[in-house]
Design a protein around this ligand. Structure first.
Ligand SMILES: C[S@@+](CC[C@H](N)C(=O)[O-])C[C@H]1O[C@@H](n2cnc3c(N)ncnc32)[C@H](O)[C@@H]1O
Length: 266
């Protein structure tokens, strides 16, 4: 198996064994769960919309890293989106998931699946990086390390796209339901209710950040793009404006998909 950037093959982390063994390490459960309909039910019917929101951020011909295997059709769909002139690299930390993902991608020769930790994915810089519903399953320290590693592996003109849970609006009837689900089964998910993805980065000011939310705030897409410093650029807000090429980007709170491909988060 191919390792990540540091040349080490990762071992299965404690949180995966303790919390998610039944979902990702148990072969018969994995076979039962790895279907588009299952993911769609888990996401309250939003899988198609959220997949589209992620795919829209990437273009055919790009070289993209997917930070973990995803059940259902997400990964082959991303491979088709990039096309034969593109390149899709997927990393996953669980050997069973690496094998399942390889099976799904055998018809797409422009793809590669590696056994690696998203904290050390290797292969960068990428035109684009996609992190789809991984962060909510990671303990806080891992969340921060993965966010930093993905930001460190994106090309200056590229972007990192995070799609994941988000704090639902107060009026969302699913808020109490998801609160109970997370308290019982997903102990690290609520950290995304209390922290923006941006706040998980060590150097948030080096990126522009754009956020859309979906389904009454239950889901979010966050797009981070490197701000490329120009020599001699002024410091402070003028410098920030300059580094962003005149498009200083604030976090965005739109409901339903304004943060799309090619658009600067304004
Ligand atoms: C993307 S997340 C959750 C996706 C979503 N719940 C689904 O429908 O599959 C699940 C995957 O993340 C992988 N994973 C967990 N921690 C990881 C890490 N540090 N690096 C790479 N992959 C990781 C697990 O092995 C699993 O295959």
């Amino acid at each position: 198996m191919s390792p990540g950037a540091t040349g080490t093959v990762p071992s299965v982390p404690g949180y995966l064994r303790d919390v998610y063994e039944w979902a990702y390490l148990n072969p018969s459960n994995a076979a039962r769960l790895d279907h588009e309909q299952v993911v769609s039910v888990i996401l309250w019917g939003n899988q198609r919309r959220l997949k589209r929101a992620a795919y829209d951020e990437f273009r055919p011909g790009q070289r993209v890293l997917q930070a973990a295997h995803v059940y259902g059709d997400f990964i082959p769909g991303l491979a088709r989106r990039l096309g034969a002139k593109g390149r899709l690299e997927v990393v996953d930390i669980a050997p069973l998931q690496v094998a399942r993902c390889r099976d799904k991608l055998c018809a797409y020769p422009w793809t590669q699946v590696r056994h690696a930790d998203a904290r050390d994915p290797g292969g960068g810089p990428y035109d684009g990086i996609c992190c789809y519903f991984l962060l909510h399953e990671l303990p806080g320290v891992w969340k921060r390390a993965v966010v930093d590693a993905l930001l460190a592996n994106v090309a200056p003109a590229g972007k990192v796209v995070f799609v994941d849970y988000h704090k639902p609006r107060r009026w969302n009837p699913l808020k109490p339901v998801m609160s109970v689900v997370f308290d019982r089964f997903e102990p690290f998910a609520k950290e995304l209710w209390h922290h923006d993805v941006r706040q998980l980065a060590s150097r948030p000011a080096d990126f522009s950040w754009c956020k859309d939310t979906y389904f009454g705030g239950l889901y979010q897409k966050v797009v981070a793009r490197p701000l490329v410093a120009r020599p001699g650029a002024a410091r402070g807000w003028r410098g920030a404006l300059d580094r962003a090429g005149g498009n200083f980007a604030y976090p965005q709170r739109a409901e339903g998909g304004a943060c799309t491909a090619g658009r600067e988060g304004a």
